[in-house]
Design a binder for this molecule. Structure first.
Ligand SMILES: NC(=O)C1=CN([C@@H]2O[C@H](COP(=O)(O)OP(=O)(O)OC[C@H]3O[C@@H](n4cnc5c(N)ncnc54)[C@H](OP(=O)(O)O)[C@@H]3O)[C@@H](O)[C@H]2O)C=CC1
Ligand SMILES: CC(=O)[C@H](N)C(=O)O
Length: 258
């Protein structure tokens, strides 16, 4: 019996990925902070899809958390052939107006937890003929986003890290993909502290988390390097490749400024 481990599985894109995989008969290991929400989701998934589901409630922004997750998997003999590094968030506002401690906590989750969990679970993933890593970045990975400067930088890190280990792991049976959603209707904007005006703007272009998850899971199993859900998001990412950086950054600045 093999499992997919999903971080940030209690809501949003991670929950939708859990639903998508459970619907395909995949057993799941759900990881996030909210124990009650995770247990409710566990019971619902078992009842609806007749899959095995376990959860671990843990704050993944703690430096020791990835190793604790790995220890949990080992002590329960969970055989893992899918790892979804999804948990993450943004902090909206001018760089200097957010505390350094808050910046560092976000960077831990968005970047270091992805690295540490991947490092800890890679030996397990390599035991299987076919296994998958799906790292969740963002369309923000492709350009600077003023007022989300560190968030966008953290997602660029995830994108390049993912593409790098994808090539390193060629031929090992471990397929590595990067999911880069654009605006998606989740708690992201609330957690980021975005103004209502920006939330309204973001909603205009938002996709549902279900659609993002469906496209993301399909791309993962199709061994895609980068998965950009939605035609508009694909066009925006393509534009960042040929428009001058100052143009796309100005657009992003106007979109996200207070
Ligand atoms: N929504 C969007 O517009 C976009 C989102 N993304 C990315 O998608 C990913 C998922 O975000 P999204 O679903 O939108 O956001 P949500 O805020 O809706 O969900 C975030 C998930 O991560 C979990 N989480 C947050 N902090 C921690 C923590 N410290 N430890 C463990 N789990 C944590 C939350 O669970 P809990 O609170 O229970 O801990 C929740 O399950 C993120 O990496 C985000 O950057 C990328 C592009 C666009
Ligand atoms: C900048 C972001 O990642 C944001 N979540 C979005 O894409 O709307």
């Amino acid at each position: 019996m093999t499992y997919a481990l999903i971080t940030g599985a209690s809501k949003g894109i991670g929950k939708s990925i859990a639903e998508e995989l459970a619907a395909k008969g995949k057993n799941l290991l759900l990881v996030s902070r909210s124990e009650e929400t995770l247990n409710e989701l566990r019971l619902s998934l078992i009842q609806r899809y007749n899959v095995h589901v376990a959860y671990l409630a843990i704050d993944l922004s703690a430096a020791e958390a990835p190793q604790l997750v790995s220890n949990w998997c080992t002590s329960n003999n969970y055989s893992i052939d899918v790892l979804v590094n999804n948990a993450g968030y943004g902090l909206w506002g001018p760089f200097e107006k957010v505390s350094l401690e808050s910046h560092q906590e976000m960077l831990q989750l968005n970047m270091l937890t992805v690295v540490q969990l991947t490092y800890a679970l890679l030996p397990e993933l390599k035991k299987h003929a076919s296994s998958y890593i799906l790292n969740v970045a963002s369309t923000a990975a492709y350009q600077a986003v003023p007022t989300l400067s560190l968030y966008a930088a953290s997602k660029s890190f995830v994108l390049l890290f993912t593409r790098g280990i994808r090539l390193e792991l060629e031929g090992t049976g471990v397929s590595v993909s990067c999911l880069c959603p654009g605006p998606t209707s989740t708690d992201f904007v609330t957690r980021a502290g975005m103004s209502l005006a920006i939330q309204k703007k973001s909603d205009t272009f938002s996709m549902t988390s279900e659609a993002v998850a469906r496209i993301g899971v399909r791309g993962m199993y199709n061994h895609k390097a980068e998965i950009i859900p939605g035609l508009l998001n694909k066009i925006i990412v393509a534009a960042t490749a040929w428009l001058p950086k100052y143009v796309t950054e100005k657009i992003a600045n106007d979109l996200y400024k207070k």
